[in-house]
Design a binder for this molecule. Structure first.
Ligand code: GLN
Length: 192
């Protein structure tokens, strides 16, 4: 199992550690030639979605990755990664990949409540620790999108086909269960 981790900005090293602990190989996507190899899944990390969105275009990575996601490449987007996948942002005119039918609000918890820990149940994963850092919130989901996690009634995890988006950071906790679940999806998708 070989997973690509978008590594132009943000918390990509933490994801690489989680993948290695879960028994998967990973490599970093920093430039176009990194995409010449084959891989089974993609992780879009947390960080700053505006910066990552801009770099994806400048580095000529955007279209290739968007096509792969549309063709069914399994993808896990965490925090800013969820923003990159969302079809609509309610408080920002940008749309990046736009492949995940959800409406997301950026920095939804305000500055003071921007960062907090919680524990929450994720469907097919169980109860896991969740770190929220200036987190986005899923305001609504479109047809075919499954809500897989809520905290205090708020939607914090969704799944649509092979795409998983979570508004928290599983990679800064000691728990690898969400990564293991993602790897299972990659294993069953049989490549694209
Ligand atoms: N607030 C960031 C954004 O809008 C996301 C924060 C994060 O990824 N921790 O891109």
């Amino acid at each position: 199992m070989k997973i690509a981790v978008l590594s132009v900005q943000g918390a990509f090293i933490e994801h690489e550690k989680m993948l290695s602990l879960s028994g998967a190989q990973s490599f970093e996507i920093r430039q176009k030639k990194d995409l010449e190899q084959e891989f089974d899944g993609l992780i879009l990390p947390g960080g700053e979605s505006t910066v990552m969105g801009k770099l994806l275009k400048e580095l000529d990575l955007f279209e290739i990755l968007q096509n792969k996601i549309q063709e069914g490449l399994p993808v896990l987007g965490t925090c800013a990664g969820l923003i990159l996948l969302a079809q609509k942002l309610s408080n920002d005119e940008h749309v990046y990949f736009g492949t995940l039918p959800v409406t997301v609000r950026r920095n939804a918890y305000g500055r003071q409540l921007g960062s907090f820990y919680a524990e929450g149940e994720v469907a097919k994963v169980g109860k896991i620790p969740m770190a929220f850092i200036r987190a986005p919130l899923v305001e609504s989901v479109g047809a075919g999108t499954e809500v897989i996690a809520r905290v205090d009634e708020n939607i914090v995890g969704v799944k649509y086909r092979n795409q998983i988006g979570v508004s928290f950071h599983p990679e800064v906790t000691a728990c690898t269960r969400l990564h293991e679940y993602f790897l299972e999806i990659c294993r069953h998708s049989g490549g694209i």
